[in-house]
Design a protein around this ligand. Sequence first.
Ligand code: ADP
Length: 563
Amino acid sequence: MKRLALFAATVLVPCGLLVVFGWVMIRQDRELAARHAEDERRAAAQQQQRERMARLQGMKRAATEAFFAGRQPPVDFAAQVTDGNIRTPWETAPSQMPDLESCEHAEFTGDDAAACYQRASETVHDARRKALIQLLLGRALSRVHQDGRAVLVNRELLATPFSLADEQGVPFAYYAADRLLGIPAETPVVRSRFRQEEPSAAAPSAAYLLKSIGDRLGDAALQNRAAAAIEFANQVESLEADLPALLPALRRDDPVWIEHGAWQISLAKTPESGKELLVGIASSRLPAQVATPVTSAPSPRTGLYLAALALVFFIAASGAYLLWRDVQRDVQLAEMRSQFVSSVSHELKTPLTAIRMFAETLRIRPASQVVSREEYLDTILNESERLSRLVDNVLDFSKIEQGRKLYRLQPISIGAVMDTAVRAAQYPLQQAGFTLKVAAGEELPLVNADADALQQAVLNLVMNAMKYSGERKEIEIETRREDGAVVIGVRDYGIGIPVEYQGRIFERFYRVPSAEHQRVPGAGLGLTLVAHIAKAHGGEVTVESTPGTGSLFALRLPVEQRV
Ligand code: ADP
């Protein structure tokens, strides 16, 4: 629990803080990027607005100049404002009409009105007046059913330019077209006339008449044009209605442009005459105000932060894992050490008790039978040898741990080492009722080895064979040559070692955790020393074992010593 808290405090909490901190940084970076994008968008919109204004002002200037110079202003709508009202361009001063009263009277009385108009027409020279008389003449002729002549008069009128219009701004040619369309045969004449000249329809009445002509001709282009003209007329009409309300604002600031319907409108003043001109420009003619989208894409730094964060997190996690593993190992080792101390004490205690017991017996009864005395002394000797073996193991292990264990290698005979080891094992084996078979094979070569260490290794294997023997008290030792190595094999028919533990028995303090093994006293050092000795000689120790059947430990030493 304490370890877990420590681990959390040193690794998890800093890791968590790091992640939170990184996340906050990424968020701040995102917000900054968004604000930046918004600023950019606003600046772009302002720039757009400035350009738009400059363009509108330019157009207004050009329109004012053209208008007062009597030219066609290059805008969609331009009209002078007088007394707060617009004077539409098509409103012309009523022309002085010739005195046609007598002719009109003749129309009602049934006299020859046509002849009257004819005469009147011959006396005027102004095109507009002449056209008006022609119009009336055509009407008079139709009324008296002089259709042929009426057609001729209307055809003549149809040929007049579209700019020639009456007081309402309706071209005379439109009236003529309207009449001629009543006669099916005349349709082609009208159609070809409207293809000759681009029809204009600034005035509302002209627009409606043009629409009717377009409908009857079934001419889509004309219809479209008329529709646009009607829209224009409506726009002008609503502008006329709204102007009183708009004028104060238009007059107050300059430059000001107000959106009205489909137009942007503004007022221009001529400095010299103080005349006011209302200018309208279709919004569709201006570049559309494109709103630059706010870039929501993460800034490249965000990716970098994320990668760095992931890296740091990865390193921290790996560090944490390694630390955790190390701590686990240390804890395990500490547990093993404490177990080792208790096992060693226990192991030391057994022979010491025996020695003490027999020594005391000898002291109390010095005159006991000679045989018993011999036996007691042998036991004391045997137990003290066991004791010194154990102490040797512990001391050697401590030297190995400190890196101070030295081996004195010299050419020695394996046979001699085996003899000494067997002799040392003889007594305890006999006491426990074991039979030891030694199978010395062919003549073995000398090996470069530390005789004491090798003897200790063999003795450890033999003592283990005895300790873990179980029922069948047989041990076999065999020496043989094998591929440039000398192999010493120690076989028992004891409890064996489950395969999953076989790889670990050479680790320090390791003892197979089964109840059968734990019953036997031990400190987990014997095989560690064997393995170390084998390695120091350039060899190895291996095990083959089946639980319940027995084990075979093989100590392999190369003949050609590398060390
Ligand atoms: P120990 O003092 O416990 O015998 P060792 O290092 O000599 O320590 O052996 C390690 C463990 O290997 C023993 O605790 C035992 O479980 C197992 N072992 C060693 N030799 C044998 C054997 N001949 N038969 C069965 N198990 C063995």
